[in-house]
Design a protein around this ligand. Structure first.
Ligand code: AQP
Length: 341
């Protein structure tokens, strides 16, 4: 049931996405998106998606979601995704995601959804803010499973925080296939060797995250000016002791800086640790490396943002191609569960 790919090269089917819940961060870039552009689109039939419906699972401002969706799509292209090589689109433009999501909800059990770490964390945070918890926050992994399974995806390049959701997707695919006959490919998550979980520079035991209002000093945003990036990295919280050692459990702040530096320069965090005698020089080199990695992305983003008609065209073509790939499988799933053709 595999369709034709944008570029013609053979390879595994790949799908991944990013939510327009905030400005994209260095974590999004190093954990997932850089690989999409540098590796995945060249070796596979790959689809990359702004998963905008996921941004509705928490309190949201419609205008902001719209703005961030456009920005995320523009950044995907600025990071090097080439519409001639891969399919770039917006989730809500392809109805098959929502159609299949319902079947995934009918496959999943309440208990397994409630076990998801992101659900627990975000539901607790919403409760603290006095907000009600949307049902969609609980069922979000069913929609994510649909995003992946609709395309016969084999590999899902994501950061480590998404491993649990991909595991659930595997379970749902296997369960569905067992109950109703072979319909879905069982996918697997892939993670980068380093920086699979970039931590907040001010709270190095928490993931560097983009959601929530307001810009955070521990979060490097992909579109931050070079001087802002430098300041944030130079002010990163480090740990007790003054020698530089790679000990993620005991010294998460320093380990995070070493991971970021290694990811940006192609090095190994443990080996890099031996090359530094003080936190100051490590921070300076990490800041320089991040600035250099993000510079071309920022420059290309500025050029692309000035041409919204081009971005719209890419998304329109992408949605059409994605629809064509997803529809036969989703139709087959509808028939398999007993819905009339
Ligand atoms: N800190 C991170 N380190 C490594 N990878 C990360 N990713 C996200 N943060 C890090 C990876 O980026 C891809 C897209 O992420 P997402 O949009 O699904 O989720 P998010 O950025 O984590 O934003 P959320 O869910 O709105 O919440 P917050 O920001 O509050 O956590 C994924 O592949 C993800 O693994």
């Amino acid at each position: 049931m595999l369709g034709t790919r944008a570029s013609g090269a053979a390879g595994p089917r790949i799908f991944s996405g990013v939510q327009p819940t905030g400005h994209l961060t260095l974590g999004n870039y190093l954990g997932a998106m850089r690989r999409w552009a540098e590796v995945d689109q060249h070796r596979a039939e790959a689809l990359f998606c702004v998963v905008d419906m996921h941004a509705l699972t928490v309190e949201h401002d419609p205008a902001r979601v719209r703005r961030l969706s456009r920005q995320a799509a523009t950044l995907m292209l600025a990071m090097g995704l080439d519409p001639e090589r891969c399919t770039v689109f917006v989730q809500s433009h392809v109805d098959e995601h929502a159609r299949l999501s319902y079947l995934m909800e009918c496959t999943a059990a309440d208990g397994e959804m409630r076990r998801m770490i992101q659900y627990k964390e975000k539901a607790a945070a919403a409760a603290l803010r006095g907000e009600s918890v949307r049902v969609s926050l609980l069922t979000y992994p069913a929609l994510m499973a649909a995003d992946i399974l609709a395309y016969g995806t084999q590999e899902v390049p994501v950061g480590a925080d998404q491993a649990q959701h991909v595991e659930l997707t595997r379970d749902l695919a296997e369960r569905f296939n067992q109950r109703y006959g072979p319909t879905f490919v069982v996918p697997r998550a892939t993670h980068p060797k380093v920086a699979a979980r970039v931590m907040d520079l001010q709270e190095p035991t928490s993931k560097m995250g983009k959601s929530g209002q307001g810009r955070k000093t521990g979060v490097v945003y992909v579109l931050d000016e070079a001087e802002v990036v430098r300041k944030k990295v130079m002010r990163a919280v480090t740990d007790g002791g003054s020698d530089v050692a790679y000990e993620p459990d005991e010294r998460p702040g320093v380990a995070n800086l070493l991971n970021v530096l290694a990811a940006c320069t192609g090095g190994d965090p443990e080996k890099l640790a031996g090359a530094y005698g003080s936190y100051g020089t490590l921070k300076k080199d990490a800041a320089d490396a991040v600035v250099e990695v993000l510079r071309p992305v920022r420059e290309r983003h500025a050029a692309l943002a000035a041409d919204p008609a081009y971005v719209d065209g890419v998304l329109r073509d992408g949605a059409e191609r994605a629809r064509g790939l997803a529809r036969p499988r989703v139709d087959a799933a509808y028939r398999a569960v007993g819905l009339l053709a």
